[in-house]
Write a protein that binds this ligand. Structure first.
Ligand code: SAM
Ligand code: SF4
Length: 469
């Protein structure tokens, strides 16, 4: 493969990806069952095995995939669910992504970039709802460089409201920077750097990204390499579903993950699987060329859970309440809640604003409504940020995760952060349901751990905050 003018090569071999997809179609039932047995060993699956599962047609085998995903999810993550909200900082953008309401050619969109004061205002609203983890989202505009992005991150971390109100982990979804730029984001303490390749199919990518910096496929493809070289070892990747054949894009995404693992010893910290949603003046977003039906979408999430068991799977509010509920058990480990998709949204009483937002969302419920539902399903909401703050990131985190660390540490920490939420932000009904869940969870711990967690819960009741193991 020949490098481009920046010396970058395309490490995604399209022909090979298609060969894997095609030769995996129609695998025998016995082979599928063998793969599902292997998945239960929690060591992940090869690209070929993943492609076979993605193309199962027999409903009974599909049900077996769902059942195995539930077991793997429960075995590694238990009933913990990490919650966060996106915070849009700017919708100004010089790119022309065909599917996005923020594209430069959308002249009807009202453009807005938050000032430092406006960021503080938005962060206070989110803190007062109980959020502790945010994903900052940015359009890509030449006037906003790495220094400016780093300043916005600092502003978020520095905004402290009453009660236990502070943001403890800021993740970022912005256009790819150069290594020096990523170093600045690392220095300012971002958690995960997230960037979706959208589609790995170069011809489709070129058609959908006709202008602006994002036109450069290879610059985007190498974003995670530069981020990791700059010291950011938690990266989040994904494809935008609906743009191209999801079987191709999923196998290519997992090849990208494997390339990072080979090169840096660790793959992505999280994967996302956004589906196209309607967006102002973006025809393709209303009529995706490759729509993925609900059942296949659910199977995709379940298969990802089996293929990369220790990688976090993030589900956004693009999906409906019903779909979100179904996906919880199948493998999702992080959920956004109470989300809005435009700058200044959380200080705005209207939530549906096609004139400023990036795309329409499918689940408009508040954070507390989402919490109430997941608690009713036996999930413990978590705002834990202990690993990132204790330096347990990247390869170090993956090693610990594989030794059962998630159940030993993440679960107790989830209970501690949930207790804070109940005391500081919840209404009485959520409080009583939440406290009952904490009590049951506590009873399930072995005696030694129970004592340590109970002691910390009591300290939180007495006013201490931010306790973790
Ligand atoms: N501007 C940066 C970029 O493109 O990488 C980062 C932020 S962009 C707002 C975040 C993601 O939103 C994109 O990577 C894309 O996958 C997703 N997105 C864009 N338009 C969408 C739509 N109509 N429906 C669902 N997701 C969309
Ligand atoms: Fe801009 Fe990102 Fe939207 Fe593309 S997806 S138009 S880069 S905000």
């Amino acid at each position: 493969m020949k490098p481009d003018s920046n010396g970058l090569v395309n490490f995604i071999d399209e022909q090979k990806v298609w060969e894997i997809v095609h030769s995996a179609a129609g695998a025998e039932s016995s082979r599928i069952l063998e793969i599902l047995d292997k998945a239960l060993e929690l060591k992940g699956l090869s690209l070929e095995e993943t492609a076979m599962l993605l193309q199962v047609e027999d409903p009974e085998l599909n049900e077996a995939i769902f059942e195995t995903a539930r077991k793997v999810k429960q075995g590694i993550y238990g009933n913990r669910m990490v919650l966060f909200a996106p915070l849009y900082i700017t919708n100004e953008c010089g790119n022309r992504c065909a599917y996005c309401g923020f594209k430069a050619t959308n002249k009807e969109l009202l453009r807005r970039t938050l000032t430092a004061d406006e960021i503080r205002q938005e962060v206070s609203v989110l803190e007062n709802q109980g959020h502790k983890r945010l994903l900052l989202v940015y359009g890509e505009h030449p006037k906003f460089g790495a220094d400016w992005i780093a300043d916005t991150v600092r502003t978020v971390y520095d905004t402290v409201s009453e009660k236990s109100g502070e943001i403890r982990r800021v993740n970022i979804n912005c256009a790819p920077l150069d290594t020096e730029g990523f170093r600045k984001l690392h220095e300012v303490g971002i958690g995960t750097y997230q960037c979706f390749q959208e589609t790995y199919h170069r011809k489709t990518y070129a058609e959908l990204h006709p202008g602006g910096h994002k036109k450069d496929y290879l610059w985007r493809l190498h974003a995670m390499h530069r981020a990791m070289e700059a010291g950011i070892d938690d990266v989040g990747m994904g494809t935008l579903l609906g743009l191209y054949d999801y079987r191709f894009d999923t196998i290519a995404l997992l090849s990208h993950a494997a390339e990072l693992e080979d090169r840096f010893g660790v793959g992505p910290h999280t994967l996302s699987f956004p589906r196209l949603e309607p967006a102002l003046n973006a025809e393709i977003a209303f009529n995706p060329p490759y729509p993925i039906p609900d059942e296949e979408f659910k199977r995709l999430v379940a298969v990802l859970r089996l293929s990369v068991p220790y990688t976090g799977l993030i589900l956004s509010t693009r999906e409906s309440k019903r779909m979100r509920r179904e996906l919880l058990d199948l493998g999702v480990s992080q959920l956004s809640a109470g989300s809005r998709t435009y700058p200044g949204a959380y200080s705005d009483p209207d939530y549906d604003r096609p004139d400023v937002q990036q795309f329409c969302i499918g689940d408009n419920r508040s954070l507390e409504e989402v919490i109430s539902e997941i608690v009713a399903h036996g999930y413990v909401p978590s705002w834990c940020t202990a690993c990132y703050r204790a330096g347990r990131t990247g390869e170090h985190f993956m090693e610990l995760a594989k030794k059962g660390f998630i159940q030993k540490f993440c679960h107790p920490n989830a209970l501690l952060t949930f207790k804070e939420y109940l005391l500081d932000y919840a209404h009485s009904d959520t409080q009583s349901k939440g406290n009952a869940l904490i009590k049951t969870e506590l009873e399930n711990f072995v005696a030694k751990r129970r004592a340590g967690v109970a002691e910390r819960l009591e300290r939180i009741e007495n006013g201490e905050r931010d306790l973790y193991l």
